[in-house]
Design a binder for this molecule. Structure first.
Ligand SMILES: Cc1cc2nc3c(=O)[nH]c(=O)nc-3n(C[C@H](O)[C@H](O)[C@H](O)COP(=O)(O)O)c2cc1C
Length: 394
């Protein structure tokens, strides 16, 4: 059996009971109980200043806790200033950054969600434009706005794409610094009150760029064969696990495939997942792609739930719990994925931007909430129940 699947089903503490839904059953992971299987996926919002989380992040993420998600992830948060994707990305490279994040973690927890954070380093895809300014390398227009580029690092001096910033190839001192920065970030995340930490090993950012043969052509012990290319990811995992308490779950997000010929493959991801499991990772979060600068270069067909097959294969072949993500639109789709053994957790990204109350609506569509609105914030529920009755009479 994969993970520990609790058979007592409940929606959120103190609310309805049901024996009908896996999506709304709790998942105990180490000493933390996720109240349901809905996870808000990490999503950058490019709204921080100097890496500090602010009121925007509180309002943005707070909605998802009010919206019934069992776990809410703070976006990719740079463990080093040079590891931010853009000038607007959140960071955790100082105690001041940790204190700003503590406010978010506290709000999420107080409103029934498990607070989670993605620890990240953008590597050769750092110092980029915000998406709405072009989603590519910084240019003259960005400099005019005050968004100056900074020195970036990567496995080699090969840029992520044509016209992208040229990274400095990391030496062993840089590697040791990055490993330490992930550990320091995890310690600050713990102090800030987060219950789940996720290491970002996907989307062409630093750790993925070491994993993939497309970007890692190093000849030293951090490159070469798959074991060498996995070394940095595994050293970071060990360093984070050392400071992240034994009673708290650790996630690792992979790009399960590069989607390029001769790139990182699903078989590679299964091997990596086994190594991660041996080092105390609890959940592999299965995304894909991103190794080259431009998204369109990867050839991964994007249908509904297009990455679930990766989560299923890793779950079955590495014997580790997985989180799936990508074009999962509603409760019945998510429920079917879990019942079919595709994953243990379902992460929701853009659908939550469309509907921050996605989890509550999923509970209604699955019949877990039969119109009582008990799991909704009490500030709303009493009124909504009466509104529903009034609508019935129209
Ligand atoms: C606005 C936005 C920001 C994102 N930022 C991150 C991020 O910080 N870290 C990450 O791993 N993925 C990030 N992603 C990817 C999402 O976590 C998710 O994997 C992807 O959107 C697919 O899920 P969806 O179809 O439910 O949106 C982002 C996606 C969006 C839409």
């Amino acid at each position: 059996m994969i993970g520990r699947v609790e058979e007592t089903l409940s929606y959120r503490e103190g609310s309805m009971q049901t024996d009908s839904s896996r999506l709304f059953s709790p998942l105990p992971l180490r000493g933390v109980e996720l109240p349901n299987r809905v996870v808000i996926s990490p999503m950058c919002t490019y709204s921080a200043e100097d890496g500090l989380a602010n009121d925007w992040h509180l309002a943005h993420l707070g909605k998802f806790a009010l919206g019934g998600a069992g776990t809410v992830f703070v976006e990719a948060t740079g463990v080093e200033a040079r590891g931010r994707i853009t000038h607007g990305c959140t960071g955790i490279w100082s105690d001041e950054h940790g204190r700003a994040l503590a406010r978010l973690a506290g709000f999420l927890r107080d409103h029934g969600a498990v607070p989670a954070i993605q620890l990240a380093h953008a590597g050769r895809k750092a110092s980029m434009q915000r998406p709405w300014h072009g989603n590519g390398p910084l240019n003259e227009d960005d400099f005019a706005r005050g968004d100056e580029p900074w020195e970036i690092i990567g496995p080699t001096d090969e840029p992520a794409g044509e016209g992208w910033l040229v990274p400095r190839a990391m030496d062993t001192t840089d590697i040791a610094e990055v490993v330490q920065a992930f550990a320091d970030g995890a310690r600050r995340a713990l102090d800030a009150g987060f219950e789940i930490a996720e290491i970002h090993g996907a989307h062409g950012y630093l750790l993925h760029s070491f994993l993939s043969p497309v970007s890692n052509t190093r000849r030293d012990g951090y490159g070469g064969d798959r074991q060498g290319r996995m070394r940095l990811a595994l050293e970071v995992t060990e360093a984070v696990r050392d400071v992240w308490p034994q009673d708290k779950p650790l996630f690792f997000r992979v790009s399960a495939v590069d989607g390029l010929e001769d790139g990182w493959s699903i078989e590679d991801s299964v091997v990596l997942a086994r190594e991660l499991k041996a080092r105390g990772v609890d959940v592999v979060d299965c995304s894909s792609g991103g190794i080259m600068g431009q998204v369109k270069k990867a050839m991964i067909p994007r249908g509904l739930g297009f990455q679930v097959a990766f989560a299923r294969q890793i779950r079955e072949e590495a014997g580790i719990a997985t989180q799936c993500v990508g074009l999962i639109l509603d409760g019945p789709q998510a429920e079917a994925i879990l019942r079919g053994g595709g994953a243990d957790l379902v992460a929701i990204g853009r659908e939550a931007l469309v509907d921050p109350f996605w989890a509550h609506h999923a509970a209604q569509s699955l019949g877990v909430d039969q119109g009582g609105f008990e799991a909704w914030p009490e500030q709303y529920g009493w009124w909504l129940k009466r509104r529903a009755r009034a609508l019935e009479k129209l």
